[in-house]
Ligand binder design. Structure first.
Ligand SMILES: NC(=O)C1=CN([C@@H]2O[C@H](COP(=O)(O)OP(=O)(O)OC[C@H]3O[C@@H](n4cnc5c(N)ncnc54)[C@H](O)[C@@H]3O)[C@@H](O)[C@H]2O)C=CC1
Ligand SMILES: Nc1nc(=O)c2c([nH]1)NC[C@@H]1CN(c3ccc(C(=O)N[C@@H](CCC(=O)O)C(=O)O)cc3)CN21
Length: 283
């Protein structure tokens, strides 16, 4: 068997990972467990600055991976701030990928209220970014209506196509496969043919998973937890996405189009990378 032992034509082909600006040392530690050429997303959090974000993207590139820096529309205070970041990425990192996301501030901090505003500004393309990921929400979003989310997704798909850019939809993480299937089917029925990466949490402590779920409005219930592989009445121990991935793999058909995975590592880069290797070897 070659690079990916078992599941080569499966949802587990070439998964992407995610790190924060604080994870540069964690990346070095995880490096040998990650397949060269893997896409690694770099967050754009409120407690990070340009230097941290660019340094992290540089570390990803230098380690032999593809950096996918996040740009959070609502966190940008001006067009100048956006251009400063895009310019630094172009000059110091030099990749084609980015993840254009809305951002959590309830009011935009500057001229970009949404990732559609960011994309349609034409600046990502002007600075050489040709592979643009955008967000998807199989379970909806706590502060944004479903109608608004679908409208935004269609608008972003159209804007990318108009500009001749390649897109990928990257979803919020979740613990339940059912809404994922329903959502992919709706994406396709709306004529959106972009590749999709389904967000799943890397293996992590159950308390930590539940804290992140609460923070980002991701649903958990006794039933969902049980199906995923943990219990809400026993928060000791860890849980990984193996059952969810197996359910995805079993249910995906060619009609779902190109569907892969994105792992949110939540402080566990090496744990996640080792888990992926182990899972691929066993399947
Ligand atoms: N990996 C990450 O960092 C992820 C972050 N998110 C968050 O999900 C939210 C939506 O992101 P996108 O899908 O890119 O939306 P978007 O930028 O495409 O916007 C969709 C619609 O919702 C509105 N909107 C966007 N963010 C909002 C907010 N925080 N509060 C109220 N309305 C908002 C926009 O004005 C627009 O009408 C953001 O808060 C984003 O930060 C979601 C998934 C992953
Ligand atoms: N609505 C929304 N906003 C987001 O910012 C967001 C999502 N959704 N979905 C998931 C991703 C993953 N995100 C994050 C955000 C923060 C850490 C974080 O604070 N990490 C710690 C280390 C891990 C820990 O100790 O728990 C750090 O210090 O960097 C990780 C992932 C941000 N993301």
């Amino acid at each position: 068997m070659t690079e990916t032992s078992g599941m080569s034509d499966s949802v587990m082909t070439d998964p992407s990972l995610e790190m924060t600006g604080k994870d540069v040392d964690a990346l070095a530690e995880a490096r040998d467990s990650i397949r060269p050429g893997t896409r690694i997303n770099v967050t754009f959090l409120g407690n990070e600055d340009l230097e941290m974000r660019v340094t992290a993207a540089t570390a990803v590139r230098d380690a032999g991976f593809i950096p996918v820096p996040h740009v959070s529309a609502r966190r940008l205070s001006s067009q100048a701030e956006l251009e400063e970041f895009l310019g630094a990425l172009r000059d110091r990192v030099g990749g084609e990928h980015m993840f254009a996301v809305g951002g959590d501030p309830s009011e935009p901090m500057g001229p970009y209220a949404s990732s559609a505003d960011l994309i349609s500004s034409g600046l990502p393309k002007q600075y050489g970014f040709t592979q643009i990921s955008i967000a998807g929400y199989p379970e909806g979003h706590p502060d944004i209506s479903d109608a608004q989310l679908w409208e935004a997704l269609e608008q972003k798909d159209a804007s990318l196509k108009e500009q001749g850019l390649n897109g990928t939809i990257l979803t919020q993480f979740g613990f339940d496969v059912d809404p994922v299937f329903t959502w992919i089917e709706e994406v396709r029925s709306r004529g959106i043919d972009l590749p999709i990466r389904i967000g799943v949490p890397g293996p992590a402590g159950i308390k930590r998973l539940l804290n992140y779920a609460k923070r980002f409005g991701v649903s958990t219930s006794a039933g969902i937890a049980k199906k995923y592989g943990f219990s809400l009445t026993n928060l000791l121990g860890t849980a990984g996405p193996d059952k969810m991935i197996n359910q995805l793999d079993a249910g995906l058909t060619p009609a779902h189009g190109d569907v892969k995975l994105h792992f949110y590592t939540f402080g566990g880069m090496k744990t996640t990378a080792d888990w992926i290797q182990d899972f691929q070897a066993k399947h």
